[in-house]
Design a protein around this ligand. Structure first.
Ligand code: GTP
Ligand code: MG
Length: 197
């Protein structure tokens, strides 16, 4: 799956623009700057496929990447970007919710949490939203390279507790680093399970 082609298909700024649902879809969601675009790049082994940036608010549309005509990866804009205008934040919420509700081809949402940062209300809101929409989501800790093992273990425990509280959450947790490649092979295997033969 990951050895084949991977093409940027489309960037949708409005729901009316979404590409047809010809492939199973996996979306990458999370706060601004959590590392969504970097994770898509690490998974696909392409450094500049999804545009990543140290400036939060980099990804401004739903970006669709076609993996070998077997699976669609969707890099989402981040939420909780403090500097974003209120209208932009509301648009994101509205668009995310509508996308989630109206997208039967969406098989799973990878919900990313920064291992270095506290879990925020926005993250909990996103989980509630996914519960309500009954969309299966998997919690993924990012930037695990930049926390000490004890802090990481603590974080792991905290996030595992969250999976128990959210009915749509997978009962496990992915520990990743797009820098070192930690957890990337494991995540690829999990994604492959959703791909067309
Ligand atoms: P938005 O598109 O703005 O919502 O951000 P994003 O979630 O797509 O984040 P992006 O991938 O652009 O990465 C944000 C910053 O985090 C960049 O400076 C990355 O280099 C950094 N980063 C991403 N992944 C990792 C990681 O695994 N380890 C470390 N140390 N830094 C990372
Ligand atoms: Mg991004």
């Amino acid at each position: 799956l990951f050895a084949g082609s991977c093409d940027f298909i489309f960037g949708a700024q409005k729901l009316g623009q979404l590409p047809p649902q010809t492939l199973p879809e996996i979306a990458f969601a999370g706060r601004s700057n959590v590392g969504k675009s970097s994770l898509v790049n690490a998974l696909t082994g392409r450094k500049t496929l999804a545009r990543a940036s140290s400036q939060p608010g980099r990804t401004k549309q739903l970006n669709f990447f076609d993996l070998a005509n077997r699976l669609m990866l969707v890099d989402m804009p981040g939420y909780g970007f403090a500097k974003a205008a209120k209208s932009v934040k509301e648009d994101w919420q509205g668009m995310m919710f509508d996308y989630l509700r109206g997208r039967p081809s969406l098989r799973r949402v990878m919900l990313l949490l920064d291992a270095r940062i506290e879990i925020k209300q926005h993250d909990l809101d996103a989980m509630k939203l996914l519960d309500r929409a009954a969309v299966s989501f998997q919690l993924v800790l990012t930037k695990c390279d930049s926390v000490k093992p004890t802090a990481l273990a603590q974080k792991e425990e905290e996030v595992l507790a969250l999976t128990k509280r959210h009915p749509a959450a997978c009962p496990f947790l992915s520990l990743t680093s797009s820098e070192t490649g930690q957890g990337i092979e494991q995540l690829r295997a999990e994604l492959a399970a959703f791909a067309l033969p």
